[in-house]
Design a binder for this molecule. Sequence first.
Ligand code: NAD
Ligand code: LMR
Length: 333
Amino acid sequence: MVKAVVLGAAGGIGQPLSLLLKTNPLITELSLYDIVNTPGVAADLSHIATPAKVVGYLPPDDGLKKALTGAELVVIPAGVPRKPGVSRDDLFKINAGIVRDLATGIATTAPKAFVLVISNPVNSTVPIVAEVFKQKGVFDPKKIFGVTTLDVVRASTFVSEVLGDLSLAPKVVVPVVGGHSGVTIVPLLSQSSHPLPSGFAKDELDKLINRIQFGGDEVVKAKDGAGSATLSMAYAGYEFANKIIRAVKGEKGIVAPTFVNLAADKEGGEALKKEIGSDLDYFSAPVELGPEGVVSIKSLGKITDAETALVKAAIPELKTNVEKGVSFVGASK
Ligand code: NAD
Ligand code: LMR
């Protein structure tokens, strides 16, 4: 039995993500919550011949509470997306309050659920969820995740393009660490399961790193005012959600990069802080998943000097983003 809930389910990410969750035979209940249109989306998805019972909820009549009752997995793609000229941090003004209020609902009604945060800016919205849970006395750092999987998916795709064979994309694994915006996105290409061509020039490598860091801008520009990545994000969000479900069902050895509070694994978190030379409380690192959430936070392993420099460059922005989320919740007490 798995009850999954999508908060922001009628949106550009919410709809295709709900579709993918509906295809998962392990999900028995799928609750869709949004401020608009969820009855229609739910009615549509409910005709698909898979086990999940789909119900749509709106804010009236305690809709959020009803959607969240009994939830084991909550995915949050609610909030405004970027347009050209807008940074993820600019979205904080609107999305911080949305995420805080939804987190309050989860902390009250489904405090033990796994919470997967997609809403931007992820580097700040994850600390917002954590601070709300702390205020409510239900914080478990092992169960709150910032979804950075789209960066990992992009790295696989772009590396396979460089290798001249897109059919490799599903097999290419590149850890992407740090956070989820611009320079905080740090691809560890030296650890790619499929090495870059020998003699790959430094300027080509820099271009590839930049493309992974700013892949979101590519989509925002192409959509030309109509939003940001939705379909690739739904794919990535489902991939991560499915890893959580598989881990909950007892599959061992599932490791994925995700933006977590480093207290999720005291020993691993402290070791990582030493490794990156910072006292940051949040970082996207390769994390092993288990039935209770984070089993361990892994070391970044052997990285090049250039990658060490990228990690160092990510830290100041990460720190500012995290502090902004933490103080937002402190100020809204
Ligand atoms: P969208 O505007 O298409 O959809 C957002 C949905 O959220 C809408 O249906 C809206 O009604 C709903 N919503 C707004 N306020 C709400 C509330 N209080 N409660 C419930 N639902 C609410 O946007 P989108 O393209 O789906 O993007 C959603 C968010 O995901 C954005 O913040 C975007 O930046 C972010 N995003 C993150 C990643 C990532 O890698 N983590 C990737 C892409 C997009
Ligand atoms: C992305 O990486 O595509 C998302 O964070 C959306 C955005 O604003 O770029």
